[in-house]
Write a protein that binds this ligand. Structure first.
Ligand SMILES: N[C@@H](CC/C=C/[B-](O)(O)O)C(=O)O
Ligand SMILES: [Mn+2]
Ligand SMILES: [Mn+2]
Ligand SMILES: [Mn+2]
Length: 303
C-alpha cells in the first residue's frame, strides 16, 4: 500500500520563523527511504515549494486572526491534496509546518471518510480556541474550532465545512490549556486525556480508553494529528511552544504503535518541528524522534 507524503512549508499559524523548514529536515533525514524500507510504496510529489507560493504579500489581521489569508489559502490547497490521496486510498502523511495546517488535512480526510475519528496528540490547549477566545490570534491555536464549526461563517474560511463532532475527537498529552478552552471542552463534552490521566492510568490504558471513546467497535478510520510539542521538551526540544512535563519518548511511540495496530490509520499529521529552535543536537534529536514516530504509526514494531 501507498503512503503519500505531503511537505507543508508553512509557518503562518504562529509567529516563530523556521517551522516551515520542518518538512525539509524530516525528509533530509531520510524519512522517505525509511518508509520504503518498511515496505510502503512512497509517493512524494515535492509539494512543499508550492505552499509558500500561496502566502500573499499583504495579509492583515481580521479581527483577532493573524495571517488569515495565508492560513486559508494553504489549508484549502492542502485539503484538496489530502482528499485526492485519500480517494486513492493512500495514507496521507502530512509533515508540518505549524498545527494550523490541520484545518486542511482533517477537512481533506473527512471529505473522503465520513465516519472519521481524530486522535489529537498535543501539549496545548487542544488548539480549540475560537477566533474570539484566542488570546494570541495565532491560528495554530484554533484549527479544531473551525473543524467543529464553532466559529460560524468566518471570512476567509467560508470554504471550511464543519466535519467533526465532539464525540469523534479525543486528546492525549494536554498540559497547557487556556481557560476559554477548558470551558469549550466541558460545554462540548470533549474527551481529553491530560498528562494527569497519563500518569494515573499509564499510556496503555489511556490509548485504550481514547480509542474506546472515539472508535468503540474499531471500525472508524483514524486521523492522527501529532504535535511534537506533546512530547516532553527534553525529548523534542526543537518546537515553537514547548511545555515541560510532557510525554516520554516511549509514551509518544506507544501511541503511534497502538494506532498502527488498529489497522485503521488513514492519515497522520506530524507538526510543529521547528529546526530554527534549539541547538544542532536538539534539532537532530527532534527530527530523529519525528521520523521514528511516523515509522511507528506506519507499522514499525520493536520485535
Ligand atoms: N493556546 C495557545 C497556544 C497554541 C498552541 C498551538 B500548537 O499546539 O499548535 O502548538 C494559543 O492559542 O496561542
Ligand atoms: Mn495509487
Ligand atoms: Mn498543536
Ligand atoms: Mn502544541
Amino acid at each position: 500500500n501507498t503512503v503519500s507524503v505531503i511537505g507543508v512549508d508553512f509557518s503562518g499559524g504562529q509567529p516563530k520563523a523556521g517551522v516551515d523548514q520542518g518538512p525539509f529536515q524530516l525528509i533530509q533525514f531520510g524519512l522517505l527511504d525509511q518508509l520504503k524500507e518498511l515496505g510502503w510504496e512512497v509517493e512524494f510529489d515535492g509539494s512543499f515549494p508550492n505552499y509558500k507560493k500561496l502566502v500573499p504579500a499583504q495579509d492583515p489581521a481580521i479581527g483577532k486572526m493573524k495571517q488569515p489569508k495565508s492560513v486559508s489559502n494553504v489549508t484549502r490547497a492542502l485539503s484538496q491534496h489530502v482528499a485526492a490521496y485519500a480517494k486513492q486510498r493512500h495514507l496521507a502523511l502530512t509533515l508540518g509546518g505549524d498545527h494550523s495546517i490541520a484545518i486542511g488535512t482533517i477537512s481533506g480526510t473527512a471529505e473522503v471518510y465520513d465516519d472519521l475519528c481524530v486522535i489529537w496528540v498535543d501539549a496545548h490547549a487542544q488548539d480549540i480556541n475560537t477566533i474570539d477566545s484566542t488570546d494570541s490570534g495565532n491560528l495554530h491555536g484554533c484549527p479544531l474550532s473551525f473543524l467543529l464549526g464553532l466559529n460560524g461563517e468566518v471570512h476567509p474560511f467560508e470554504w471550511v465545512s464543519p466535519c467533526l463532532t465532539p464525540d469523534r475527537l479525543v486528546y492525549i498529552g494536554l498540559r497547557d490549556v487556556d481557560a476559554p478552552e477548558k470551558k469549550i471542552l466541558r460545554e462540548l463534552g470533549i474527551k481529553a486525556f491530560s498528562m494527569h490521566e497519563v500518569d494515573r492510568y499509564g499510556i496503555g490504558k489511556v490509548v485504550e480508553m481514547a480509542l474506546d471513546h472515539v472508535n468503540p467497535n474499531r471500525t472508524r478510520p483514524i486521523h492522527l494529528s501529532f504535535d511534537v510539542d506533546a512530547l516532553d521538551p527534553t525529548v523534542a526540544p526543537a518546537t515553537g511552544t514547548p511545555v515541560r512535563g510532557g510525554l516520554s519518548f516511549r509514551e509518544g511511540h506507544y501511541i503511534c504503535e497502538a494506532v498502527a495496530e488498529t489497522g485503521l490509520l488513514v492519515a497522520m499529521d506530524l507538526v510543529e518541528v521547528n529546526p530554527a529552535l534549539g541547538d544542532d543536537s536538539g534539532l537532530l534529536q527532534t527530527v530523529t524522534v519525528g521520523c521514528s514516530l511516523a515509522r511507528c504509526a506506519l507499522g514499525e514494531t520493536l520485535l
